[in-house]
Design a protein around this ligand. Sequence first.
Ligand code: ADP
Length: 452
Amino acid sequence: SKLPSVSSNIKKIVDPKFSLDNETLKEVMVKFEREIKKGLKRSTHSSAETKCFVTFVQDLPNGTERGKFLALDLGGTNFRVLLIHLKGEEDYEFQSKIFAIPQNIMTGLGVELFDHIAKCLAEFAIEMNIQHEVLPLGFTFSFPCRQNGLTEGLLIKWTKGFNCKGVVNQNVVELLEDALKRRNDIKILICAILNDTTGTLMSCAWKHHDCKIGVILGTGSNACYLERTTNAELFEKQNKFDDEKVVINTEWGAFGDFGSLDFITTCYDKEVDHHSLNPGNQIFEKMLSGMYLGELVRLVLVHLTSQGHLFNGQISKQLSTQHQFFTKFVSEIETEAEDSINVVRKVLIDLGINEPSDEDCVNVRYVCESVTRRSAHLVATALATLILRMGDPDITIGVDGSVYRHHPKFDDLMTKKVKELIPSNYRFKFVLSEDGSGRGAALVAAVASRQV
Ligand code: ADP
């Protein structure tokens, strides 16, 4: 039997809020470009939404990197130590171990955190039988940092449940070095501190030498790209050459924090922000990343139900509870074939809606599609801006994160929209970047130790 079509009542409410035409997206591009420029300039940096931190990474891997490297990954879901052996063009092996960070350490003294990290590193080195070698290490530290060099990162603020005393404004590389000195049983050369976007870019660039943008679409969202050093005013360097580049960490999640996106944010975006742990911060990120997509869908469903457009006007307890509509449900619902509604029906029943009608199911899927589409189009808009800014007619974009990895249509939606927003002589492609936080860190260390 044929499915009902999406109700016009639903479209009337959802479309004006979530479908952004190209004219509007081009306005977003202008504002994004303006914020990027402000972030790069000394005089406007502090008032910029996108801070555009200089990473001090200038050289990308060229595939000839070889040898054994260590990597630390702190700031994702797990704390990991990795040993990576780059063996040949695209050929590498790695071993890794996940260590717990006890709650009392996450919110204790900084010294104790770094002693703990050093201890895990030593344990791992002994287990791998490399304790007598001096291996270069790349430290993926995914918290906002102001860098003054490849091995100097001052923590700006803790996020994601960490709150260790005595670390804000300190150089975390030095804190780790001090902890290693206190132990005196392993020798390690810390070559670089980086965040996950730089790792993603490097990891992708190892194989795709024209990779010039790294994007994260996971819990949060961020991107880095290759900028001319002459444009990066905060990159202090004696002589800058015309063709010289440096990787810039845009921190684009904060785009909109001072009002740039007010002209497109919806009542649902405001509600997500209002009930978040960091109201007023990360506005762009809250419109599109994995931590918020499901919640946006849920808020739309609650609103539509209250207007009598869904579920006979009856919401369930689960659906009225914050965060109960997981982003992975959005992926699952949109993975199902157009002419079937078994997945969406099951999700709704599991969320306490007893007998969703066929029409409810079709409408809920439409809400998911609308929220996803806006998310992908906003990412595409920011990427189109960066592509035009770089002016390079042929690039690869490395992407990592569960939203990109698992959502069935995200790649396609982004690709089509970027194409519409840039001239047709520009070529670009998206590549899933494998393990940027691990392999990317090793590659930064490899490229950095090439020079010492
Ligand atoms: P992180 O960004 O923390 O390193 P991930 O890239 O795995 O880790 O992103 C986690 C986020 O991805 C969570 O917010 C979660 O809601 C979302 N997520 C998990 N599974 C899926 C999925 N199947 N489809 C879309 N998003 C997902």
